[in-house]
Design a protein around this ligand. Structure first.
Ligand SMILES: Nc1ncnc2c1ncn2[C@@H]1O[C@H](COP(=O)(O)OP(=O)(O)O)[C@@H](O)[C@H]1O
Ligand SMILES: [Mg+2]
Length: 363
């Protein structure tokens, strides 16, 4: 069927890959099927370790890219099966790849993926390397989802802000009229995940339950919020090299109870988002959350209080499941590429102009 695209997103949370099959033949995307494939523990560990300097990185990165591409191909196979759609019924797969370095100031951002292998394994055209062209044009290469947010969520009767809470959080400002802006506003789940992994050996703090049982440490919250990243003006983007446990440890006295640190990290995540919206989307009357962090009930509760009187909801209310938004964005970005349309917003990334993004590996 013309207009069927697959989007694959594996973000900084390192939780696995989200895959969607979507019909993009109409202005309003229709989700046909979705699947989530978690990374095997060994792949998770290897990708996490490739986020920092180490031995034999080139060979290990190549092997990890191959392994990731096999997981991506399995996710593609799974959704095609669920939807009973043949391989030749899909126009393209848009695949983000797995970020292991994000250094736009030095002119690069590395997403591990073997596009050629993914095209071989699936028999479908693959579009990947979405960030490189924007960076080559002087941009941050991130965030890339705001153009999609504009295409599907902008309205002329409601000033909206969209907040995507992945490993990192990013906000998109969708005014009723005027320029759409957006940027990475700070940590999303990645500090919360890392801290609960270290102390409770769990991959994430379900519903913010553990954080809720602790008490925010005002001093620590103040020191974390004073970090240079939060004060820097957009355009800006962040990765695991910006926010990580070593970053957190710089600010810890060492005597804090682990549960109170978790509570403080949840507060930091919420404040980072709320402050960004208050400064840069001040007139927004409605805020819609998406990404896995939107399922963190406690985080959304705190955000709702901080952002009052604005309404805080999830994109589920706008017809798109919060956890599918980003994968859907990469299906949409692949369509933009194959139809020779720009995928970046220069006002967001700081690029010199709109650019057609991505590298294409034909079926
Ligand atoms: N019920 C939940 N409670 C708290 N956090 C959740 C819940 N569901 C998902 N998450 C968080 O969402 C993350 C995955 O979000 P995702 O949007 O996939 O991020 P990324 O794009 O960085 O991979 C998980 O690592 C976890 O921290
Ligand atoms: Mg994820």
């Amino acid at each position: 069927m013309p207009g069927l695209y697959i989007g694959l997103m594996s973000g900084t949370s390192l939780d696995g890959v989200d895959a969607v099959l979507a019909d993009l033949s109409e202005p309003v995307p229709r989700l046909v099927a979705h699947a989530h494939h978690a990374f095997a523990p060994a792949l998770h560990v290897e990708v996490a370790s490739l986020n920092r300097q180490g031995n034999d990185e080139l060979r290990r990165a190549a092997l990890a890219a191959n392994e990731l591409s096999r997981v991506y191909a399995a996710a593609v196979g799974a959704i095609l099966k669920i939807a009973a759609v043949p391989v030749n019924g899909v126009e393209a797969v848009g695949c983000h790849g797995q970020t292991v370095r994000h250094q736009p100031a030095d002119g690069y951002s590395i997403q591990l993926i073997n596009g050629a292998l993914l095209a071989e394994l699936t028999g479908i055209t693959v579009v990947c390397d979405f960030r490189g062209r924007d960076i080559a044009a002087g941009g941050q290469g991130a965030p890339l989802v705001p153009a999609f947010h504009q295409a599907v969520f902008a309205r002329n009767d409601e000033h909206r802000a969209i907040v995507n809470i992945g490993g990192i959080s990013n906000v998109t400002n969708l005014p009723i009229a005027g320029v759409v802006t957006g940027f990475d506003c700070g940590p999303g789940n990645l500090l919360l995940d890392a801290w609960v992994q270290r102390h409770l050996n769990q991959p994430f703090d379900r519903d913010g339950h553990w954080a809720k049982s602790g008490r925010t440490i005002p001093d620590l919250l103040g020191r974390l919020k004073a970090d240079e990243y939060f004060r820097r003006a957009p355009p800006k983007s962040a990765g695991r090299e910006t926010f990580n446990l070593e970053w957190l440890e710089k600010y810890l006295a060492g005597s804090e109870a682990a549960v109170d640190v978790q509570a403080t990290l949840l507060a930091l995540t919420a404040h980072g988002i709320a402050d960004a919206i208050k400064h840069f989307c001040a007139a927004a009357t409605a805020v819609y959350g998406c990404g896995g962090g939107a399922r963190n009930i406690e985080l959304i509760k705190v955000l709702t209080v901080l952002l009052a009187p604005r309404r805080v909801r999830l994109t589920d209310e706008l017809g798109i499941d919060a956890e599918q938004v980003e994968a859907l964005a990469f299906a949409w970005l692949a369509q933009q590429t194959l139809t020779s349309k720009a995928g970046n917003l220069p006002a967001v990334t700081g690029a010199r102009g709109p650019r057609i993004l991505g590298a294409i590996y034909c079926a």
